[in-house]
Design a protein around this ligand. Sequence first.
Ligand code: CUV
Ligand code: SF4
Length: 631
Amino acid sequence: AKMSLMNPKVIREKVLERTIDETAMKAVEHCLKEWIETVWDRDEMQDPRCKWCSSGLSCSRCTMGPCRIIPERNRDRGVCGADADLIVARNLLDTLATGAASHSDHGREIVETLLLVGKGETNDYMITDRKKLFALAEEYNIPTNREAIEVAHDLALAYLEEFGTVKGEIELTRRAPTATHAIWEETGILPRSVDREIVEAMHRIQMGVGAHYGNILLHGLRTALADGWGGSMMATEVSDVLFGTPVPCESQINLAVVKEDMVNISLHGHNPMLSEMIVNAAEDEAMQKRARDAGAAGINLVGLCCTGNELLMRKGIPMAGNHFNQELVIATGALEAMVVDYQCIFPSLPRTASCFHTKIISTSPKAKIPGSYYMEFEPSTARETAEAIVRTAIDNFKLRDPEKVFIPGKPVAVQAGFSVEAITAALGGTLQPLVDAIAAGKIRGAVGIVGCNNPRIKHDYGHVTLSKELIKNDILCVETGCAAVASGKAGLLTPDAAFLAGDGLKSICKAVGIPPVLHMGSCVDCSRILVLLAALGNTLGVGIHQLPVAGAAPEWYSQKAVAIGSYFVASGVYTVLGPMPHISGSPAVVDLLTNGLEGIVKAKFAVEPDPVKAAELIIAHIEEKRKALGI
Ligand code: CUV
Ligand code: SF4
């Protein structure tokens, strides 16, 4: 190995400030020694940040600008006359709408696949959960005394209507407790359809439309609800119909799931349509034989980010890690291919891969990436493409340089697969035991911890610290996305982790045999958290805002996370963000989001980068809600 030019002490310091994931620590050290650039290096190179952009006070929406608000130089308005509040609010609506569009466009692709199945135009996909399909159809009064594919056809069309302009209300919002639905109606934020709210958001950020920051932000909540109770919820439900509703399963997690003697393929991105097909293709005996003929012991698929979560939840596929593990897994030198679709994929991955034999394979016409191999994926030829991808990876095995292989540490055991259906089943068929445990105070409440990694926060420290603090205080954690993966790597996703919980939560975990932190899936599966909240509210006969629950996104970075946090709050869930959004330039916007919303949707945001302090805020909130309920 070549000598590093960096002082070992500096390397040690950087490792300690970057991550708490033990395999990532070794990998980061390796990258620093080998001069393999990572997200943290680029983050350092970006400092110092522009203070106007950081506070949301710059606008470049039109060519009269760009404009910045600089009050100390009497620059209070942009060329068009927009003030700080308007510029900040419009920027935030833009961010939110982008996130809502990302989830919902992914959802639409899945619903379109259901339609293909319904039309009998694909042999590659099929109805896996017929019972769920029929239950969903009944919500839409679609007759179910027929063949499953006929029901699938009609449900797909009914769901596609939810994206359109003719209906005045997204049907799935009816799942919310009456009191919650009433708040949306009274405040005028009941979403009419998925696309409509997103398009209207785009309209509203055009120069010279609305000038009232509050009105703009309320539309943000409506757009977010269209995502949570619309686009994302449909993505989850139809994925369950096509690929199976998750049930508890066991697997392994962290960078060490990559195997030295196997053909390793990582599946990265968000949409399970392609990755599920690759799982099928890799199981094929002909493929396994091809791998053995190439000198490997077999084919090892590993997940990353939310595609990884989808596969872990339904298939028990091992998980290589979350957002900030994506470059590190390439740096193992043992990855034959990384297959990506869209969202959260660093554009720099082909650069990282260029240090190794690894092929980055992009697959979506929406997401072409220079330096990657492009193998276009479409539902009608899914299996064929999946096989071609697996073959490409196998054939690449011989180009691996054994000298460069660096697989750090050992994998950690996890349990995942906690769909609402699985949680209900684990409790004996109803949520009543959970409600009883909350009423009796054994479980004080529940918190949804979601979202990404962000160099502002030490990798995984926010997620893991918050989760540990909460379970210690008898608060059940339900997690998705990179938060769930962080907890998995830290060992919190096993029933054994109950020893870290307070006595009440511990006793429930032991009795039911579940971990104190439940992995509920990918980011679009935050909709499962909404369904769970709705079921709890309906069981108790109260609105979601009355429940002893909260949300948190301790390390969020993504526009999608803004949409999720906003639909949590709009649904009545107090939500604590780690990193501050780019809004500090408008005290009015900050006040509305962290204070004023309480009077409108009966919930609000808080921002607290320190997870120990965030836990204190959440615990105080939960106790307050318990008191109001008289429990
Ligand atoms: Ni969709 S959105 S970094 S992969 S959770 Fe992970 Fe989850 Fe954020 Fe992205
Ligand atoms: Fe400047 Fe207004 Fe144009 Fe924004 S919309 S760039 S504030 S002139």
